[in-house]
Structure formats: structure tokens, C-alpha cells
Ligand binder design. Structure first.
Ligand SMILES: CC(C)(COP(=O)(O)OP(=O)(O)OC[C@H]1O[C@@H](n2cnc3c(N)ncnc32)[C@H](O)[C@@H]1OP(=O)(O)O)[C@@H](O)C(=O)NCCC(=O)NCCS
Length: 197
């Protein structure tokens, strides 16, 4: 039996998180064209206009909608409450149900909004989504050991260091080591309940 579809809208003090919709195209294109030059090796360059067209955005939405319907991958835009600006996104990726009930957590804040605690606030909401809405048991963030900023986010939201996983992912054409940070629902005071029951 498939896990039931869930519609998620989560508010925090300064932000709200929800899947992107067609009406977000301008906001999304603006976000990718107004970033500063990349600040470190994990940051993104501004996208070309051709990559930000409505056609490309529709393709992006279609792919993510399908993944969400399959309970495989959930992407949430991170929007600022006071002006509605899209400032980043959070991914709950490669969801395993069965005996694992795990998602991999990914996060990005566009670099013109760094250093204001937005990643921490958005990731805290994502943890709630993972455990309360999606009824997962475990989330894991795999972080390159030199990505100190991301490690601060993982620690700040209460993930526990599990250790180094050598040659974990193929990134930038090489197998890279990741430090794994993880938590289970019990660490957030939530007893796991089987979503299929
Ligand atoms: C990692 C990232 C999401 C952080 O976003 P952010 O909104 O700036 O993060 P926050 O403002 O919430 O800060 C998080 C922590 O980093 C700390 N921090 C800020 N600047 C820092 C710096 N230059 N070096 C190390 N830590 C820093 C903050 O003090 C905070 O820690 P604290 O809560 O212990 O004080 C953002 O830099 C980003 O998108 N990077 C590129 C993509 C990426 O690396 N994603 C993660 C892949 S694993």
C-alpha cells in the first residue's frame, strides 16, 4: 500500500515552507538571478536566463510533483513571511520506507540571505515535516567535512554526528567523503507510528 499523499504548509516565526507552484515562477527566477557570486565550493552560480524560463520551471515542477506523488522526494521552497520572497529550499530526498523510514536532508539558502539564521529556522521546520507529517523515523544529512557552515546548521537543529563515511557520493566527478549527521524521531520526543496503519 502507498503512503497517503500529504499537502504540507509549515510556518515558522519568519518563514513558511511549501512545495513550489506555478505562481512562484517569477519569484524563483528572481532568486536565481539575484544571488551574489559563489561564496564557497558548495554554493551555486547565478543561472542563465535560458535556465529560468517558464518552460524550464514547469519541467522542474512536473518532475518534483511526480517524485512527491511517489513519496520519493519532497522539495519545499523557503519563503520569507514578511515579503513572500523565495530565499532557499529544503529537500527531503531518496525516501526509504520499509524497515528504514529514512530521508536525506538537503538545504540551500541563496547567498544574498546567508548569516541570518534562515537555514537553521527552515531546517527545524523540515525536521518537523519529516517526523510529524511524513511519519519518517530518521533523517540524515551528509556533509563534506570542510563545509563548516553546514555542519553548524546540522548541529544547531539537533542532529547527532554519526561519523565519517568514506567515498560516500559521486560529486563534481569524484567520490567524496561525507560526515553523517542524523537523528531519529525519538530524539525529538516523538514515538514513531507506522504510517500504513
Ligand atoms: C549552509 C547554508 C544553508 C547556511 O545558511 P545560513 O542561512 O547562512 O545559515 P544560518 O544563518 O542559519 O547559520 C547557521 C550557522 O552557521 C554559522 N555561520 C555563519 N557564518 C558562518 C561561517 N562563515 N562559517 C561557519 N559558520 C558560520 C551561524 O553562526 C550559525 O551557527 P550557530 O547557530 O551555531 O550560530 C548556506 O550557507 C548554503 O546554502 N550553502 C550552500 C549550500 C550548502 O552548503 N548546503 C549544505 C550541503 S550539506
Amino acid at each position: 500500500m502507498k503512503t497517503p499523499r500529504v499537502v504540507i504548509f509549515k510556518k515558522t516565526k519568519r518563514l513558511f515552507l511549501r512545495p513550489l507552484q506555478l505562481m512562484d515562477h517569477e519569484n524563483w527566477a528572481q532568486a536565481y538571478s539575484s544571488m551574489h557570486a559563489p561564496q564557497n565550493e558548495w554554493d551555486e552560480t547565478n543561472w542563465l536566463d535560458s535556465e529560468l524560463s517558464l518552460k524550464k520551471f514547469k519541467e522542474h515542477l512536473k518532475k518534483h510533483q511526480a517524485w512527491q506523488n511517489e513519496d520519493h522526494f519532497y522539495q519545499f521552497g523557503v519563503f520569507r513571511k514578511d515579503d513572500g520572497l523565495l530565499i532557499g529550499f529544503i529537500n527531503l530526498m531518496d525516501i526509504s520506507r520499509g524497515l528504514f523510514q529514512n530521508a536525506y536532508l538537503g538545504y540551500r539558502i541563496y547567498n544574498n540571505h546567508w548569516g541570518q539564521g534562515y537555514a537553521k529556522e527552515a531546517c527545524q521546520a523540515a525536521v518537523e515535516i519529516a517526523f510529524k507529517n511524513l511519519k519518517l523515523h530518521r533523517i540524515e544529512a551528509g556533509i563534506e567535512p570542510t563545509n563548516k557552515r553546514s555542519i553548524r546548521v546540522a548541529k544547531a537543529i539537533g542532529l547527532r554526528k554519526e561519523g565519517l563515511s568514506p567515498r560516500r557520493l559521486l560529486l563534481r566527478n569524484k567520490w567524496i567523503d561525507l560526515v553523517l549527521y542524523a537523528a531519529t524521531s525519538e530524539e525529538f520526543g516523538l514515538k514513531w507510528k507506522n504510517p500504513k496503519k
